[in-house]
Design a binder for this molecule. Structure first.
Ligand code: SF4
Length: 242
């Protein structure tokens, strides 16, 4: 039995996977994305809510009637695979109850345990922060390599995937880089949706609360018009853009 170190719950989420979802935010993340809206999840040693998978399942089941055909549970973070033993336990229990499971991940942690987690995962939301190695490292402080290995593994096992990409003015909002991203995604035949997420500054207040300096202070939100332009660009690669 493993205790999950849980940052928080959202009982009726509508943006992290299909339908209405019970969203579990786990504590801990090895990445340090400059645009992160959840810096309060970074520290795995910071104890928030400690719970057994069975107890989390009880909470999830209270909302089962709202899930309908599409909804279910989404595990996100932080980087949820920091606690892959806990995710495995919870997803196993969910699958026994016929609950749809979504894993929202950066793909940075990729090992045999993660492969086991994927056996109980119905859909992966894979956040590819940048497609260029240098930009990825500069943006996240870690290497891109694992995420690509993860994506290729998902393709090899035909796991349904939604790709998420945050477009940041001056960093990833660059036609050449975006085309490279679209080209790469078009090689993955298991991708069911591509979500272009415009960079915004809504999480900045958390940095102040934590006494941290926000690294992208001068960067403005991505405009709606630019988002639409980028979506059109991705559609030219026959991608299911959202
Ligand atoms: S992977 Fe997610 S939680 Fe971790 S630093 Fe990046 S945006 Fe934040």
């Amino acid at each position: 039995m493993v205790l999950g170190n849980i940052h928080s719950y959202e009982s009726m989420g509508t943006v992290d996977g299909p339908g209405i979802r019970f969203v579990v935010f786990l504590q801990g993340c090895p990445l340090r994305c400059k645009f992160c809206h959840n810096p309060d999840t970074w520290n795995i040693n910071e104890k928030k809510i400690e719970e057994k998978a069975e107890d989390v399942l009880k909470k999830i089941k209270r909302y089962k009637n709202f899930f309908g055909k599409k909804g279910g549970v989404t595990i996100t973070g932080g980087e949820p695979l920091v606690q892959s033993d806990f995710v495995l336990e919870l997803f196993k229990l969910c699958k026994k109850e016929g609950i749809h499971t979504v894993l929202d991940t950066s793909g940075y942690i990729f090992n045999e345990k993660v492969k086991e987690v994927l056996n109980y995962t119905d859909l992966v939301l894979l956040d590819i922060k940048a497609i260029d190695e240098k930009t990825y490292k500069d943006l996240t402080k870690v290497e891109l390599e694992n995420t690509i290995k993860f994506a290729e593994y998902l393709k090899s096992i035909k796991k349904p995937v939604w790709i998420r990409h945050v477009v940041i003015p001056g960093i990833t909002d660059n036609d050449e880089m975006l085309k490279k991203m679209a080209e790469y995604i078009s090689t993955l035949d298991n991708v069911e949706m591509v979500e272009i997420l415009p960079y915004h500054t809504l999480g900045v207040f958390k940095y102040k609360e934590l006494g941290l300096k926000y690294p992208l202070e001068k960067v403005e939100d991505l405009s709606y018009e630019r988002k639409v332009e980028i979506m059109e660009m991705f559609k030219k690669y026959n991608l299911p853009v959202h």
